[in-house]
Design a binder for this molecule. Structure first.
Ligand code: GLC
Ligand code: MG
Length: 531
């Protein structure tokens, strides 16, 4: 591909905002669109290219917005359509892009479509959802489980059938085998695309079509009692069916009617299955989210192998992407510790492919311990003890040392981290060597250097806890050496090299001239521009 052919989403960096927790402008303790607008200068100055905002649509909030009751509206708690239009305009004025979260697999049980569907067996929208007769003795139609615990089937007394819900019973799955459902959702996409939205992150893309014959999912031989109940089965028939690729391709066609819009898919699958979502001839999702860094142990050989496996599995022109954190997983600073979170940022922002930065990770925010009586996440409330709470990674953004970290004048919907007086944007913005400073510098170098935003990836041999690779574009090469462990390592690559440290994870080696074999201090990360 020629440099000029790379689009904004190849070169750029995505920033995920969980809107309930970003900035509250009206004192109700919940973040909102006007709050996000207030912070756009911050996001721009940080060096972000595109903002993905988790759902802002009308919703009963059973799953905090991932239960949509109106796909083309704005929840009053977040603002109104005027606020949205202003947000979009302000994002564009700053030269950034706005990506919405599309939740097509399921709606809210309060969506008018479902209310109609549920009203009688012969309602025209009955087949918009997945209704089935009971099995023998009134049992559910098959053994499929809900990700949030218990059976995936809910019985409806009135019409005597069950409906399927992969998540909460308040989130009935739409029937994507029905062309009317497809058209309705494509209309929704066009509604936002016409407004000028730059793309979608499609929620649970791999769930969208289920086995037509409703065959039982097989038991998972690796299941243990401390796992959530969903892990009892392997979702072989309830997810990732061949036909999903036709749907993704149709979504892509909708997107392709507009200029340079982006289709991201949320997909938790092994690499070999994940890369199929690029579609034949890349006519599927532009970026099937790559969640390996969320799942792998923090171990250099493992990560290195995973990078190569992924690079090797990508279809021709399939563009890579990397995710380090999101609203469903423990924060990186808690998973690997403060020191290594710096190397993680260096890794995310120097690997080949579009990075997604989760809000607050640029400060090193950690998971917040939520007292049991304050837990909000249905995943935890439904299955106490085994359902992991996602609240800890969803706490309010820490803006300054004032009350509630400057997030709200009211009572924050989730408690804040108690360290916010020392860990916040205001304090880190001007502090040389802070986590925020590291992010801003990495983002700035990445944006300036084609080698870092579109260059090739070449692994470099290394031992122990070292992870090393080259990024190269035309005559320019960067060598990245990250010590993912907490003891000194010896770097002895099978190559001659010489260069200048553009940036080191803890700032101690910036500007140094280095060459060939050398020791790399514990937790040290180096971004070296080669001569
Ligand atoms: C996705 C979302 C998650 C939500 C689920 C159901 O995984 O990221 O937050 O609970 O889908 O919509
Ligand atoms: Mg508010």
């Amino acid at each position: 591909m020629m440099y000029k052919d790379y689009l904004w989403w190849h070169k750029g960096v995505v920033y995920q905002i969980y809107p309930r927790s970003y900035k509250d402008s009206d004192g109700d303790g919940i973040g909102d669109l006007r709050g996000v607008i207030e912070k756009l200068d911050y996001i721009k100055d940080l060096g972000i290219d595109a903002v993905w905002i988790s759902p802002i649509y009308p919703s009963p909030m059973a799953d905090f917005g991932y239960d949509v009751s109106d796909y083309t509206g704005i929840h009053p708690m977040f603002g109104d359509m005027k606020d949205f239009d202003e947000l979009l305009k302000e994002v564009h004025q700053r030269g950034m892009k706005l990506i919405l979260d599309l939740v097509p697999n399921h709606s809210s049980d309060q969506h008018p479509w479902f209310l109609e569907s549920k009203s009688s067996k012969d309602n025209p929208k009955r087949d918009w959802y997945i209704w089935k007769d009971p099995g023998p003795n009134g049992a559910p139609p098959n053994n499929w489980l809900s990700v949030f615990g218990g059976s995936g089937w809910e019985f409806d007394e009135k019409t005597g059938q069950y409906y399927y819900h992969a998540f909460l019973k308040e989130q009935p799955d739409l029937n994507w085998r029905n062309p009317e459902v497809q058209d309705a959702m494509f209309e929704v996409m066009r509604f936002w695309l016409e407004k000028g939205v730059d793309g979608f992150r499609v929620d649970v893309m791999w769930h969208m079509i289920k086995d037509e014959q409703l065959r039982n999912d097989p038991p998972n031989p690796d299941y243990h009692e401390e796992m959530n109940s969903y892990s009892k089965l392997i979702p072989a028939y309830s997810t990732d069916q061949d036909e999903v690729h036709d749907i993704v391709q149709k979504m892509r066609r909708v997107i392709d009617d507009y200029d340079e819009r982006l289709l991201i898919g949320e997909i938790y699958l092994p690499i070999s299955k994940l890369v199929r979502y690029y579609g034949e001839d890349n006519r599927g999702a532009h970026l099937p989210f790559n969640f390996q860094l969320l799942q792998l142990p923090w171990n250099a050989p493992r990560i290195k192998a995973a990078i190569s496996e992924y690079e090797g599995a990508l279809p021709e022109f399939g563009w890579p992407n990397w995710v380090l954190g999101n609203h469903d997983n423990s924060r990186i600073a808690s998973r690997v510790g403060k020191e290594q979170a710096r190397n993680a940022a260096m890794l995310l922002l120097t690997l080949r492919g579009t990075p997604t930065v989760y809000y607050g990770d640029e400060l090193g925010m950690e998971d917040v311990d939520i007292p049991p009586d304050k837990i909000k996440d249905p995943q935890a409330l439904n299955e106490p003890g085994v359902g992991r709470s996602r609240d800890p990674e969803r706490t309010p953004m820490q803006w300054n040392a004032n009350k509630n970290a400057g997030f709200t004048e009211g009572e924050p919907w989730l408690p804040l981290m108690d360290n916010y007086r020392d860990l916040n944007v205001e304090q880190q913005w001007n502090e040389k060597g802070s986590m925020l400073d590291l992010h801003r510098r990495l983002l700035s170098i990445r944006a300036k250097e084609p080698a870092l935003h579109v260059g090739n990836y070449t692994p470099v041999s290394s031992e122990g806890d070292l992870l090393a690779y080259l990024r190269t574009f035309e005559e320019t090469s960067f060598l990245i050496v990250l010590n993912l462990g907490n003891s000194e390592e010896y770097f002895d690559p099978e190559m001659e090299w010489e260069g200048t440290v553009e940036l080191s994870s803890n700032g101690t080696m910036d500007g140094q001239e280095l060459k060939n074999k050398r020791t790399v201090a514990a937790n040290q990360g180096l971004l070296i521009k080669l001569k």
